[in-house]
Design a protein around this ligand. Structure first.
Ligand SMILES: Cc1cc2nc3c(=O)[nH]c(=O)nc-3n(C[C@H](O)[C@H](O)[C@H](O)COP(=O)(O)OP(=O)(O)OC[C@H]3O[C@@H](n4cnc5c(N)ncnc54)[C@H](O)[C@@H]3O)c2cc1C
Length: 395
C-alpha cells in the first residue's frame, strides 16, 4: 500500500507535466470553475488519457486499467483535480465498468468494456422511478420474458445526462413473488431500441441535466442481463456503494478550496483583502481542516476496500460528510462574494463583467444551487443517516 516518498513526488510531477502538455487552458479554466467542459472536450480528454494508459486507472489491467494500488489511485485523482483536469465519464468509468468486471459474463465484458473506455458508448443510470426513489426496491418498470428477449414497459426519472447517453444500465422488475428485492434484475439497454421516448427535465435555474424515459414494449436481449435473473438488487447495492464512495467528492472540494483561497486575495472585507480578516481566516482554517479529514477518511475507506473487498455502510459516512464539506465551501464562496456571486452567465459571456468582478466569481451561485442535488442523488442525506444508525451504530 505504501508508496516510497521519492516515487510519490515523481508520480505527482509526471501527472503535472501530462496536464501541462495536454490540457487545453480553456478546459482547465472551465473545470476549475466547476463548469461543464462540453462533450467534445470531454471525449478529447478521455482519448488522451486512454492513449497514456490512464483512461480507467481503477479497472483491471486486462481491460485498460493501470494496476496501481489504492494510494496511487488516490494521488492520481488528487493531482488531476489540482491541475484542473475535467471529471469525465463517471457512469462509464466509475460505475458500469467496475460492475461489469465484477458481475458481467465474458461476452458482456468483451463487448461493453472497450466501448465504455473509449466513450463510444455513453452510459446513464436508470434506477429511480416516480414513487421509487429512496424506496428503490418498490420499482415497477417490468421486464417480461419473450423467448431470448425481455419486453420492458415502464418509466425511469431523474436520469442524469440521459440526453447525452446512448446506453442505460437499468433496474427492472422480473418477478412479483416474495420480497420486492428478490424480483429485480439488472439490464443493459441500448437507448436506440424502438419504443423508448425521452423527456427533458430542466433545473429550476435552467440547466438541462435530468430526463425522464418511457419504455413501451422495448425488446432487450436476455444476453444483456448482468448476473442471474432476480439477482439485480445485490448488483445495484454494490454499485450504490461505489457511487457513495465517489460521492465523498473530495477532489471537487479541493478545487473549491483553491477557488476560495484565490478569492480571499481579491475580495476585500472592510477595505482590506479578506485573507487578512481574522474571522475569515478562522472560517477558512475550519474548511481546510474538514477537507483534510475527509481526504484521510476517503483514503482509509479505500484501504478497507482493498483489505475487506468492500466498505459497506461506511460509504454512507463518506457521502454524508463529503456533501457537507462541499456545501460549506460553496456557501463560503457565495458569502465572500456577496452580490458578485449572482450575475447570469449571459453577462459573463457578453464581457460586461470583465475587470469588475473576479473571474473566480463566475458560476458561484449556480454551483451552490447545483450542490443541493448531490445531497439527494444516490440516496438522500436522511437515508444515509438511517443506514449509519442501523448498520454502524446498531441502534
Ligand atoms: C442531482 C441528482 C441526480 C440524480 N441522478 C439520477 C440518475 O442518474 N439516475 C437515477 O436513477 N436517479 C437519479 N437521481 C434520483 C435520486 O436517486 C432520487 O431523487 C433519490 O433516491 C430520492 O428519491 P425521490 O426523489 O423519489 O425522493 P423520496 O424518496 O420521495 O424522498 C422525499 C424526502 O423524504 C425523505 N425520506 C425518504 N425516505 C426516508 C427514510 N427512510 N428516512 C428518512 N427520510 C426519508 C428524503 O430524504 C427526502 O427528503 C438523481 C437525483 C438528483 C437530485
Amino acid at each position: 500500500m505504501n508508496m516510497q516518498a521519492g516515487n510519490e513526488a515523481a508520480f505527482r510531477a509526471e501527472i503535472a507535466e501530462f496536464c501541462k502538455d495536454n490540457l487545453d487552458p480553456e478546459v482547465r479554466r472551465l473545470s476549475d470553475l466547476g463548469l461543464p467542459v462540453g462533450e467534445e472536450a470531454a471525449l478529447d480528454w478521455q482519448t488522451k488519457l486512454v492513449a497514456r494508459g490512464w483512461g480507467a486507472p481503477s479497472w483491471d489491467e486486462e481491460w485498460g486499467g493501470s494496476g496501481w494500488d489504492m494510494r496511487k489511485l488516490f494521488i492520481f485523482e488528487e493531482e488531476m483535480a489540482a491541475h484542473g483536469a475535467p471529471l469525465v465519464g463517471t457512469f462509464n468509468i466509475k460505475m458500469i465498468g467496475p460492475i461489469l468486471q465484477a458481475h458481467g459474463d465474458a461476452a458482456q465484458k468483451a463487448h461493453f468494456l472497450p466501448k465504455a473506455l473509449s466513450f463510444e458508448h455513453v452510459w446513464c443510470q436508470g434506477y429511480s422511478e416516480p414513487g421509487s426513489g429512496s424506496d428503490l426496491a418498490s420499482l415497477q418498470t417490468r421486464a417480461e420474458r419473450d423467448g431470448d428477449h425481455y419486453v420492458v414497459n415502464g418509466t425511469k426519472i431523474w436520469t442524469s445526462g440521459g440526453h447525452l447517453a446512448n446506453h442505460m444500465f437499468c433496474l427492472v422488475r422480473t418477478s412479483r413473488e416474495g420480497r420486492q428485492q428478490g424480483g429485480i434484475s439488472f439490464l443493459l439497454i441500448d437507448l436506440n431500441t424502438p419504443g423508448i421516448t425521452r423527456r427533458p427535465i430542466h433545473h429550476f435555474y435552467g440547466a438541462h441535466v435530468f430526463n425522464q424515459f418511457f419504455f413501451d414494449d422495448v425488446r432487450v436481449p436476455v444476453a444483456n442481463r448482468v448476473g442471474e435473473e432476480n439477482a439485480g438488487w445485490g448488483i445495484a447495492k454494490s454499485l450504490l456503494e461505489h457511487e457513495r464512495l465517489f460521492s465523498a467528492r473530495h477532489t471537487e472540494a479541493r478545487r473549491k478550496l483553491g477557488r476560495l483561497r484565490r478569492l480571499a486575495h481579491e475580495v476585500r472585507i472592510g477595505g482590506r483583502p479578506a485573507i487578512e480578516d481574522a474571522q475569515f481566516r478562522d472560517d477558512l482554517a475550519k474548511r481546510m481542516i474538514e477537507l483534510r479529514a475527509l481526504e484521510n477518511a476517503t483514503m482509509r475507506a479505500l484501504e478497507r476496500l482493498v483489505d475487506d473487498g468492500g466498505i459497506g455502510p461506511y460509504a454512507s459516512v463518506l457521502k454524508l460528510r463529503g456533501i457537507e464539506v462541499n456545501q460549506r465551501l460553496d456557501r463560503a464562496i457565495v458569502q465572500l462574494l456577496g452580490p458578485d456571486a449572482l450575475p447570469a452567465q449571459a453577462a459573463w459571456e457578453g464581457g460586461a463583467l470583465d475587470g469588475l468582478v473576479p473571474e473566480d466569481a463566475r458560476n458561484a451561485a449556480e454551483t451552490r444551487y447545483w450542490w443541493r442535488g448531490p445531497a439527494i442523488a444516490g440516496g438522500s442525506q436522511e437515508v444515509q443517516r438511517g443506514i449509519i444508525t442501523k448498520h454502524i451504530l446498531n441502534l
